[in-house]
Ligand binder design. Sequence first.
Ligand SMILES: Nc1nc2c(c(=O)[nH]1)N[C@H]1C(S)=C(S)[C@@H](COP(=O)(O)OP(=O)(O)OC[C@H]3O[C@@H](n4cnc5c(N)ncnc54)[C@H](O)[C@@H]3O)O[C@H]1N2
Ligand code: MOO
Length: 377
Amino acid sequence: MQKSWAEAYATARDSAKPLPGEPTPVGAAAGRVLAAAVRCERPVPAFDNAAMDGYAVAGAGPWTIRGRVLAGAVTGGPVVTPGCAVEIATGAPVPAGTEAVIPYERCAVDGGVVSAGRPERAHIRRAGDSLAVGALVVPAGRTVTATVVAAAEQAGAEQVLAHRAPTVTLLVTGDEVISDGVPGPGQVRDTFTGLVTAVTARAGGVLDGRRLLPDRRDLLDAALREAGTDVVVVSGSSSAGAADHLHELLSAGGATWLVRGVACRPGHPQALAVLPDGRWVVSLPGNPYAGLVAALTLLEPLLTALAGRPAAVLPCAPVSGSPKLMPGGVRIVPAEADGTLIGAGSVGLHAAANADFLAVLPGDWTPGSPATLLRVP
Ligand SMILES: Nc1nc2c(c(=O)[nH]1)N[C@H]1C(S)=C(S)[C@@H](COP(=O)(O)OP(=O)(O)OC[C@H]3O[C@@H](n4cnc5c(N)ncnc54)[C@H](O)[C@@H]3O)O[C@H]1N2
Ligand code: MOO
């Protein structure tokens, strides 16, 4: 059941459908993905208004000034008849009868009378000129950015249909793992919570709960049952040791294994399974760098798909260095932005912390040839 790295990544990316769309206030939808197109509900602009500060006129000049209308006015003020002008501000509703707005700089004003050459342009923005009711604002599938929010609000959309953001529970296993403070003898400080939070957020998910669990089968079993999220991430307990209960529990619980082991170093014990109730379980090996590799191999593409986001197109660029390769599998090595590989074992995170990418190096890779790159969170 062990898969190649590419098969494992593709399985995580392709196995999940986007979560259903739900009506969401536009302002709360940022980062989510549109499950339906946003259409214009209010014309843009909403009413005929002046495109310039100046005078609204009709007929031939000179024009006698009859009043003034500023932006925010409910109506365009006095009706403009031939020979009349109304002083007007950009964005103000144009008075009925207006044929053109003449900018101040083209006008001469003397004793309440405006003179100007023949207007070259109307300088009136008509209702719906920019976007008419029913027109497409943004299509389904687009991630809601700040600009999408602003465009939807401008077009009068109060709510959008957005895919639900996948929720994640992180179960950090290990008798020896502490969440903060100075580790005592035999203890280690948890390195997974921050990384899983960041990878989850980057993929459009939400970390909804985190628990530290001692290596007890009954407690892990209960925690797996209780996690009410779309995805349960378990760090540690991925291997074959006496305290590693996850695989046994998942098999006993009727889980379907989609990935069970990956031909990569580090991170080979990582796994992806689906519980009978549809929840996903991602197993991250306990060694910290191996766990980061697994989070980028399985967790990120899975969450991206559940969030309804388009699959990432992984960059591929030449990298150089002399890492030990893995015959028949891939070695995953931190790399700087210029392609320089930085050595790493499966435990220390310092090399990844100094890298921009993790380079996926096939067994037959040669220095200077291209490699698929995973962005370091
Ligand atoms: N007989 C075998 N033993 C091991 C194999 C194997 O194939 N056969 N694989 C090795 C590899 S590779 C890895 S990776 C680890 C995976 O171990 P687990 O996922 O079961 O994790 P643990 O045994 O609980 O811990 C391993 C290591 O990582 C440290 N750890 C765990 N959680 C955290 C955390 N939250 N923060 C920081 N460090 C953590 C833990 O203290 C251990 O040192 O198995 C190998 N063994
Ligand atoms: O996957 Mo373990 O990954 O080498 O430490």
